[in-house]
Design a protein around this ligand. Structure first.
Ligand code: NDP
Ligand code: 2IT
Length: 445
């Protein structure tokens, strides 16, 4: 890197001790070096310096009372990263590992992902170090209400529209929405992933996982392959993992393993998704319960070794940096031919390099998992129209969006002389529209 090295160095210096944020920014800036060469006017206008700095970062106390009447304190975050092409848009993550650096990496990625969808949404992300695991519904409700009691003043249907992420599903969105409406006395599309009776979009729940498979299907066809008859590993067993596994199965693949943060199950007959949904979605229990329903399946403690199972296609759908260099090498040695990232940044930089050098199909998160936020944007459109589309209508739009993202990322890679490099293609295609918009809108003096 020549032109953008200083941008990266300054960014790291200004944001110390945020390794995930540095990782995300490094990858994007490395991809954008040829764009900086081609567009000196963007360098001159400080587009690269500006895009790595969030427009606004909100950090707040979230205090709530647990079931034993004890006061608990968590920290809430909302990073409103970039609004050049639309209102800030991105999920809320509730997980004990959440800190400002994690929310910034996610918010930064979201800028480019949201741009790739072709829909008018800016980038943002939020969350808290609250751990929903083991909490009662009442405790989760009181936490969510307290979180929204501060957040409501910073968001709005034309300002910032949060949604779900790790630890935030239909239950949490319900509690957030109820509190927002109570405080604002306003029924608007301020959150997405809402329940269907109160403004949610059909197919939003399925969208990230389905979209990942639509993207992979299109990319596989380009290299003369399909999901048909393939053995697939899906890490995680939450929202993204469940519906990725369902669509991969519908497309003719056999999903043989899934995981949670404690371990993984291997079922050589193909994972029974009804059992997974019952255990994880309905009962909120651990994936190891699966072997009580299917005694022929094998449970292994520890989630990393899921990548040691031989497969044709790997779909990491749990969390960041879940595939390291060691796992990447094992996947390749076992014959893996394609990796599609459902989670955000699930492969380390070293793992990505290993996949790319091997020449297998590698589909990066910000392109491959954009179906969730794309369908969130479709939910916003339906809310604005006060109208709703059928499941089939939303699903068809989602499919077309994923095909377009694949084609645009492939085209950008080819234009810059890196055919097949979807990491670079996605970063460039996502960036260009945002850069044009920032350039046109000028700098505030
Ligand atoms: P869920 O909370 O529904 O599921 C997360 C799954 O990943 C669970 O199985 C969880 O296990 C596992 N997991 C979470 N953290 C860790 C960890 N530190 N180590 C190992 N396993 C872990 O979240 P989602 O399915 O919504 O999100 C999964 C990924 O997809 C995230 O990276 C998210 O950012 C990304 N994503 C989500 C979108 C969405 O629409 N929801 C859209 C695009 C990307 P356990 O049950 O034990 O906690
Ligand atoms: O990472 C993501 O794209 C999400 N968690 C979904 C964000 C959204 O606004 O639907």
């Amino acid at each position: 890197m020549k032109i953008l090295q200083k941008v990266l160095d300054d960014c790291k210096k200004r944001n110390p001790n945020e390794p995930e944020f540095h990782q995300a920014v490094t990858e994007v800036l490395e991809s954008l070096e040829p764009v900086a060469e081609k567009h000196p006017e963007w360098v001159e206008a400080g587009i690269f310096d500006r895009i790595v700095e969030p427009e606004r970062q909100i950090i707040f106390r979230v205090s709530w009372v647990d079931d034993n009447n004890k006061v608990q304190v968590n920290r809430g975050f909302r990073v409103q990263y970039n609004s050049a092409i639309g209102p800030y848009k991105g999920g809320i993550r509730l997980h004990p590992s959440v800190n400002l650096g994690i929310i910034k990496f996610l918010g930064f990625e979201q800028i480019f992902k949201n741009s790739l969808t072709g829909l008018p949404i800016g980038g943002g992300k939020g969350g808290s170090d609250f751990d929903p695991k083991g909490k009662s519904d009442g405790e989760v409700m009181r936490f969510c209400q307290s979180f929204m009691t501060e957040l409501y003043r910073h968001i709005g249907e034309n300002t910032d529209v949060p949604a779900g992420d790790i630890g935030v599903g239909a239950r949490e969105i319900g509690y957030f929405y109820g509190q927002y409406k109570r405080l604002k006395n306003d029924f608007t599309g301020v959150l997405t992933g809402k329940g269907i009776p109160w403004g949610g979009s059909l197919a939003r729940k399925e969208a990230t996982g389905f979209g990942l498979c639509y993207f992979m299907d299109e990319a596989l066809r380009d290299i003369g392959s399909t999901f048909e008859g393939k053995t697939v590993l899906v890490s995680g067993s939450g929202n993204v993992a469940t519906y990725a596994a369902q669509k991969a199965t519908e497309l003719g693949a056999k999903v043989v393993a899934m995981s949670d943060s404690n371990g993984f199950v291997y079922d050589k007959n193909g994972i029974d998704l009804a059992a997974i949904k019952q255990i994880k979605e309905v009962e909120r229990k651990r994936i190891k319960e699966y072997v009580n329903i299917h005694p022929e399946a094998v449970y292994t403690e520890g989630c990393k070794n899921i990548w040691t199972i031989p497969c044709d296609i790997a779909l990491p759908c749990a969390t960041q940096n879940e595939i390291d260099a060691e796992s990447a090498k094992i996947l390749l040695a076992n014959g893996c031919k394609a990796v599609g990232e459902g989670a955000n940044m699930p492969s380390t930089a070293e793992a990505i390099e290993i996949f790319q050098k091997s020449g297998i199909l590698f589909a990066p998160a910000k392109a491959a998992n954009a179906g969730g936020v794309a369908t969130s944007a479709l939910e916003m459109s339906q809310n604005s129209m006060r109208y709703s589309w059928t499941f089939e209508e939303v699903d068809a739009k989602l499919k077309q969006i994923m095909v377009n993202i694949y084609r645009n990322a492939s085209k950008a890679a080819e234009e810059y002389g890196q055919k097949g490099n979807l990491v670079m293609g996605a970063n460039i295609a996502g960036f260009e529209k945002v850069a044009q918009s920032m350039y046109a809108q000028g700098v505030a003096y």
